[in-house]
Design a protein around this ligand. Structure first.
Ligand code: ADP
Length: 741
């Protein structure tokens, strides 16, 4: 071998070892030996390797930082899977997310895989084919089966039964007669999504001038062939979805291998968008969310990795899939808090989408009626383009918003519908229109206390209140699955019949309404009674078909729906989201209430919104009443800027948690003593988390505050121990925290 040839062979290949990153919480890949007779797999190959006594999934990775092990001591690779390589852009993305979030590299890789089942080869299935002469006794059912198989051989019993409209017994009879033969075959690979471009063009709506202008901007970004981020902003109903559909249609038409990802915040919205998409594009996109059945998940994952899926509509986890050729990402409702994942790898899908688009040189479109301050400031800084849709499609006008000053209302403390709201509800009912009452509290009452001793009911060793559910019969924790029947005696002082419920949840509000309007059809829309996407859809249909007069809902009602007969929105406790020390409390309240308000009067009928508040002078309430989005953002921005809070400064939270409170306190104290001094960085804490004990774990928090441009991760690496668990105490790092509980 000449020297020159030598230089193209990596040392790993010479030794026939490969680094393999496992889908487990490790920071580095481990080396494995490539057995004799096996070709050295390429970087990005999915492999199975031994670990201890088990076999694990991994991906051949770039060499890590760990010390080399003598090749003879390495375990051999067990298998190389017959799957496309994890593309370089996906590997770079995994590395980027791990570095930024400080999560173990292997935990981020795990999000690419989803579940090990996704990698499995197609399952075997029993299929039937024609094998012998026609049966002696021929029936019309038998004839239909033979016709189906003559045209499409090798089909499963279920498929034959469906097409021929026969029972399983007919197939069995034909097998016994020797006409059909059963054989085992792998299920077919998912078929390629094939869009009918002519149909797509024919289905395109005629856009208004401003919509056409917005669509042209997105299409231009798509055609530039590079990275860009664009905010598409417009009030609810202005046609944002129609506009980004244009950008999707253009990409699909330009490049027949292009893949498009649309992220949505809720599963119910996924299904809604799937139907709408199908109506416009003539093809169902692939869904990706936690509610998929294992087989669907397997098929969709494979279709994404093999480039067969062209359009994916999914929840935040869809961002991590190993796309073969991702050419456009759209994030609908970009301001939605559910894009932040709070467990395991703590990341914000919107922020990471910017990185993914950048690495993959593709455009990203952020869509919202109430953008996040982060995104608006990025537009001001010139990092993102900003496209505005100024009015509602078809000229529907924005609703009139009125504040009801609750300090002036003469009401008993167990009533929540003010006289003004009562009057408006009565009038709406009279006119045969629909109302929506918004209260972002599940259950009957948010807390229960003992009238005798003042004890608030909570699970032993937990600081979250127990919420009263289903008309008062049970108590439930909203942070774990703990549920108990409502006790008759106070667990603290044992007084009998002394427990009282505090405040309203949607169930209690519905009860009050039923008393006020016995004739009205009232229904609750909350996650407790709508457990699946199908249930949500059925409920939405009931509203659309006017089977409900008054909808009482939590934040589930805020998003994306279009109810033509809904003309009154009552916000029962507008101040609810403003309490607590959350940095984004005002912003979130504004976004949520503005979206709920937008449910009123989307069609020809003008809408009305009543806002029950104890703080009508608060900037959020003022902005809502005046419809002054800009004014709100300006005051919010000034406040954050003055305090150097995000997006004008950086935050990271460090959360210690463990079963033993004193070990948690001890580690918190010792970390407090070793806080590295850096002039521009401030570390607050340790302080017990607002929920000091949750799911049996004691919790202490630090908050790190730094100016923009400071590498906060580097600081944390310098300060915190490398291990993520020290003496039974877990250390979680939350970069750019959204939750302060
Ligand atoms: P947004 O996403 O901003 O809430 P949508 O795209 O959902 O708005 O549009 C609101 C409603 O108006 C939808 O029913 C949509 O189909 C309809 N619509 C919007 N623009 C047009 C258009 N140019 N032609 C026909 N219908 C339109």
């Amino acid at each position: 071998m000449t020297n020159q040839e030598n230089s193209t062979v990596s040392p790993a290949q010479k030794l026939r070892t490969v680094p393999v990153l496992l889908t487990l919480p490790f920071d580095d890949p481990f080396d494995y030996a490539v057995p004799q007779g096996m070709a050295v797999p390429e970087i990005g190959s999915f492999v199975i390797v031994p670990l201890g006594n088990t076999r694990r999934i991994g991906v051949v990775w770039e060499a890590g930082a760990s010390d080399p092990v003598a090749p003879e001591r390495l375990k051999p690779l067990a298998e190389v899977l017959d799957l496309p390589l994890v593309p370089e852009v996906s590997r770079d993305f995994v590395a980027w997310v791990a570095r930024y979030t400080m999560a173990p590299l292997g935990s981020v890789l795990r999000m690419v895989v989803g579940s090990p089942h996704n990698l499995a080869p197609p399952a075997m299935q029993t299929v039937y084919q024609l094998a012998g002469p026609p049966p002696e006794r021929m029936t019309s059912a038998r004839e239909k089966v033979l016709d189906v198989l003559a045209e499409f051989p090798n089909q499963s019993a279920t498929a034959i039964m469906k097409q021929a409209g026969v029972s399983r017994g007919v197939i069995r009879g034909l097998v016994e007669a020797g006409t059909l033969q059963a054989l085992e075959m792998p299920e077919a690979d998912p078929i390629d999504d094939d869009f009918n471009l002519e149909l797509m063009a024919a289905q395109a709506p005629t856009l208004s001038d401003s919509q056409a202008e917005a669509a042209a901007a997105l299409v231009a970004a798509g055609q530039s062939g590079g990275y860009s981020t664009t905010l598409l902003e417009g009030v609810t109903g202005s046609g944002k979805t129609e506009v980004y559909f244009e950008a999707i249609a253009d990409i699909l038409a330009q490049d027949e291998t292009a893949q498009v990802l649309v992220l949505v915040p809720e599963i119910a919205l996924t299904n809604q968008l799937l139907s709408r998409f199908e109506a416009r594009f003539g093809l169902h996109p692939r869904a990706w969310h936690s509610d998929l059945r294992p087989k669907e998940r397997h098929d969709h994952w494979q279709a994404v990795a093999k480039g067969k899926a062209r359009v994916i509509v999914g929840a935040r986890s869809a961002l991590m899939l190993p796309y073969a050729n991702l050419r456009l990402v759209v994030i609908d409702e970009e301001h939605d808090p559910s894009y932040k994942q709070e467990e395991q790898v703590i990341y914000h899908a919107r922020d990471m989408a910017v990185v993914r688009a950048n690495l993959g040189a593709c455009p990203l479109v952020l869509v919202s009626a109430t953008p996040s301050l982060e995104t608006l400031v990025n537009c001001q800084r010139g990092r993102y383009a900003h496209v505005l849709l100024p009015e509602r499609h078809g000229g529907a006008v924005l609703p009139e918003v009125t504040a009801v000053d609750m300090r002036q209302q003469d009401m008993p403390s167990t009533r929540w519908v003010s006289p003004a709201l009562y009057k408006a509800l009565a009038k709406t009912l009279e006119e045969g229109e629909q109302s929506l009452l918004f209260l972002n509290r599940r259950g009957y009452a948010p807390a229960a206390i003992c009238r005798t001793c003042g004890h608030r009911l909570q699970r032993e060793g937990c600081s979250a209140p127990l919420v009263v559910h289903r008309y008062g019969n049970r108590l439930q924790c909203h942070h774990c699955d703990y549920t108990i029947p409502m006790p008759r005696h106070c667990p603290e002082c044992e007084a009998e019949d002394s427990i009282v419920m505090c405040g309203p949840g949607v169930e209690r509000l519905a009860e009050e309404l039923a008393g006020l309007f016995p004739e009205a059809r009232i229904a609750i829309m909350a996650s407790d009674n709508l457990r699946s996407a199908a249930e949500s859809q059925a409920f939405i249909r009931r509203i659309e078909e006017h089977e409900i007069d008054i909808v009482v809902g939590t934040q589930l009602v805020a998003k994306g729906h279009h109810f033509p007969m809904l003309t009154l929105v009552g916000i029962v406790d507008a101040d609810l989201g403003l309490s607590g020390g959350d940095l984004r409390a005002a912003e979130r309240t504004w976004q949520q209430l503005w979206q709920v308000a937008g449910r009123a009067g989307r069609d020809e009928r003008p809408g009305r919104v009543l806002l029950q508040t104890y703080m009508p002078e608060h900037p959020v309430m003022q902005a809502l009443v005046k419809g002054d989005a800009e004014g709100f953002y300006q005051s919010e921005q000034q406040e954050r800027e003055a305090q150097a809070m995000p997006p004008f400064g950086r935050l990271a939270a460090v959360i210690l948690s463990g079963r033993d409170g004193s070990s948690v306190d001890q580690l918190a104290r010792s970390l407090a003593q070793s806080i590295p001094h850096q002039r521009d960085i401030q570390v607050l804490g340790p302080a017990p988390a607002p929920y000091a004990v949750l799911r049996g774990r004691h919790r202490q928090r630090f908050l790190v505050k730094a100016p923009l441009g400071v590498n906060i991760q580097q600081y944390l690496r310098h300060w915190l121990p490398e291990a993520r668990e020290v003496k039974g105490v877990r250390i979680a790092i939350d970069i750019d925290p959204y939750s302060f509980l």
